[in-house]
Design a protein around this ligand. Structure first.
Ligand code: NAP
Length: 308
């Protein structure tokens, strides 16, 4: 359970930070061309705000040369546009291996921030899965390991903490797939020493604003935002619709519209939209540049989407 005092303090921090974001992003002194970063609270390390998800978009037969080349171009586009974080998992039907192979082929291991997960229950199977990711990602160190969907959390966090101490992991965290996963994630955020929490937040699914986002800010936990486009559903409702003129001040495409809405929440550290198309990756990366909507514009965006 979240303590009420935390929510109140967090709310104050949220409104102050929102004001700060609005003030600092409204009129940049110089033209912004680089993707913005936000600090990982536990270390201060700056993390580019747009990453890449791979759960379905990187499921490809490795014998499919054209399919592999296409995904290679997606990763190269992420890097070329200042991004670094790639989120994968052993359970994403081969995607983890595709990421490992392509990062090695491209020689961009030192420019990527690789995040994977563990989901297998039990001591032996869990350790096998955790150890397997080092081989699959072809690295002695993994940037971020996450307990996938909170399976076997206590046991997995114990091992993760040990391996973070020994330098095998740089950061540890937890994830959930369910919208509004507050009751599942909050107790772990409250009690455990974790660096990252990953959950769903988008312009339609905003329940994280009430608790998970302020709680992460209060506890100093970095947030990774999954399902930013509602698994692509959000594009169906704006398909064929022209971006309104008032939005053009900060977003030129619907992809940027949806991502900038998320980024304008100050407790968001990094978003991981999935794509297998280089031009969509470039579009998503553009959302990490330039000004963000202010509090008034955020409300107008919500109203717009609700009335489509
Ligand atoms: N429990 C967990 O830990 C958990 C749960 C869910 C998700 N995740 C992570 O979060 C990532 C993202 O979530 P998601 O994959 O479910 O869905 P998503 O990112 O909300 O949506 C992906 C869809 O959006 C489309 N798309 C992406 N960029 C676009 C653009 N600029 N313009 C138009 N269409 C665009 C993609 O199609 P194209 O391929 O055609 O671009 C794809 O169909 C996952 O891949 C995974 O890494 C983790």
């Amino acid at each position: 359970m979240i303590k009420p005092s935390v929510s109140r303090r967090a709310f104050t921090a949220f409104t102050a930070a929102t004001a700060a974001v609005s003030m600092t992003t409204r009129k940049p002194a110089v033209a912004e061309t680089a993707m913005m970063t936000r600090p990982i609270p536990s270390s201060g390390e700056p993390l580019p705000v747009i990453g890449l998800g791979t759960s379905s978009s990187f499921i490809v037969d490795r014998a499919d040369t054209a399919g592999m080349e296409q995904r290679k171009a997606v990763i190269q586009t992420l890097i070329d546009n200042g991004g670094s974080l790639i989120d994968t998992a052993p359970s994403y039907r081969g995607s983890e291996g595709v990421v490992g192979d392509l990062v090695k082929d491209l020689g961009v291991g030192d420019q990527t921030f690789l995040a994977t997960k563990v989901q297998k229950e039990g001591e032996a199977d869990g350790l096998q899965e955790l150890n397997g990711s080092f081989d699959i990602l072809r690295s002695d160190t993994i940037d971020l390991i996450q307990v996938h969907n909170l399976v076997d959390t206590d046991r997995k966090l114990g091992t993760m903490r040990e391996w973070r101490e020994s330098g095998r992991y740089r950061y540890i965290g937890i994830t959930h797939w369910r919208p509004g996963a507050q009751e599942d994630l909050a107790p772990v955020m409250d009690e455990e020493n974790i660096d990252f929490v990953q959950f769903q937040y988008n312009i339609e699914e905003r329940s994280a604003e009430a608790s998970l986002l302020p709680m992460a800010a209060e506890r100093g936990i970095a947030t990774l935002i999954n399902v930013p486009f509602g698994r692509g559903r959000l594009f169906q409702q704006t398909d064929g619709k022209v971006i309104p003129e008032w939005v053009e001040e900060f977003a030129e495409t619907w992809g940027q519209f949806y991502l900038k809405f998320i980024l304008s929440h100050p407790a968001v550290t990094c978003i991981i939209p999935a794509t297998n198309k280089p031009h969509h990756m470039a579009d998503n990366a553009s959302a990490g540049i330039g000004r963000l909507p202010d509090a008034k514009e955020r409300l107008r965006m919500i109203e717009f989407v609700e009335n489509i």
